[in-house]
Design a protein around this ligand. Sequence first.
Ligand code: NAP
Length: 525
Amino acid sequence: MKLANHLCGRWQEGGGEGLALLDPVSGEPLVSVSSEGLDLAEALAFARREGGRALRAMTYEMRAAALTRVADVLQAKRADYFDISLRNSGATEADAGFDVDGAIFTLKAYARAGKVLGAGRCLREGARVPLAKDGVFQGQHFLVPMSGAAIFINAFNFPAWGLWEKAAPALLAGMPVFVKPATPTAWLAQRMVADVVEAGVLPPGALSIVCGSARDLLDHVGECDVVSFTGSADTAARIRNHPAVVARAVRINVEADSVNSAILGPDAVPGSAEFDLAVKEIVRELSIKAGQKCTAIRRVLAPAPVARALADAVAARLAKMPVGNPRTTGVRIGPLVSKAQQTAALAGLAKLREDAEVVYGGDPDFVPVDADPRQAAFVQPTLLFCEKGLAARYVHDVEVFGPVATVLPYADAAEAVAIARRGGGSLVASVYSADPAFVGALVPAIADLHGRIMVVDAAVGSNHTGHGNVMPTCLHGGPGRAGGGEELGGLRALAMYHRRHVVQGGPAVLELLSQEAVDAALLGA
Ligand code: NAP
């Protein structure tokens, strides 16, 4: 079956045989995708013209209600999505839940939050600025929804969440969504779009999808579009430098790769709650989605005296987690999504091994449960130990997109800061410590290179939301190599889909233009 593309308000099949999407356990072809011969210029124009106009005719609260209806449609089809996740991504039940339930949770969060913006259609920012004597001439800043399309070019690892975490704020802001999911796992995103389109809960043109190659899509981007990209740093650079993007100064948001850290404080010694919480979280990050999360822990910074004990504790837990076919009862860790990803991960692992010794795993010939290693795309969960600290050549730069992490001993807080910063900009760092001096020194010293810092101690215990778990109410994104983007953060995310401008004029004009505006301070409330 070739997946159709939803463009110009109708389903269209791309030409040729298309590219096959495979089951990463058996190698069996499932469906195929093609964007050959499709008129992407007209498809974008239709989204802007029909979808954008209809969405902007609605108020914020009407669009928030539409998000609730989208979430309800997806909730009703949840079982179908788990099945596609299993077949196309090799997802365990927990992995599929992370993606599918995470998508629905995020939509519901925006549906709830959006209500606060009420019947507004744009945002008024700050107080009026006096520009002349006696208040006859003033300035007022506004943010209006952009009249283009929100174009999402997404990564393979979150076909569901990756679509809806971007779509929820874009639709709420009043922008039509045009998504190009990553080819290897496009099926789930395509099915979700098909279900939402069939349910008729969004206006025509509000939701478009093209599966397969992006082809000439970027040639047609315009001044009022937003391109939000998630994927590798190499592709991000190509998109940023695309002639149409450069010429029209198109707004770009990038979520790229990241070598995230977990950092144990000096008090996180064996036997402490902080040590145990760190071990649990590191193992969870290595196992969930087989480490294919942009936020996953890649480097573990531990005080030198406890680093070996920490590595042993993590290894002991990993040894108890069966890796294999997610259809088999008891399996906890599934495959990577494709043979290509397996090859890339093993190549990255080989580089890390030039810096580090293997504590656990790392066997390219290991045999997964109920799967033929010749067809399947498994990587054995692997924990490495690197004594080289800042002198390591690869550990701070190579993101192995799989179940692989490296323990790095550090001597003091200053070295922990230097190693965390050596990641060159990360989505997240988690800190396991109840030592106020350590936390108080570390967090501000790494904050400008991290989008999110999670601090866990015994009092927080298991109430934390997770190192790798992105909450819709909190910022997602990171500086430097993480792409420099910002997503989520509650209603803050709407800012990317609005354009700020200032109107200078008399008070009557400003009053008139403010009638359908709500206070932009609500975005950060
Ligand atoms: P990728 O190869 O860069 O692909 C990402 C997307 O870009 C895919 O949809 C791909 O389409 C598309 N693409 C590739 N070349 C393009 C071009 N020249 N013009 C337009 N689109 C193009 O990345 P990936 O391998 O799918 O994703 C893995 C990476 O994403 C990891 O490094 C991970 O860290 C990062 N990631 C980051 C986040 C985050 O939120 N920061 C989240 C998830 C993943 P095709 O699939 O059709 O090639």
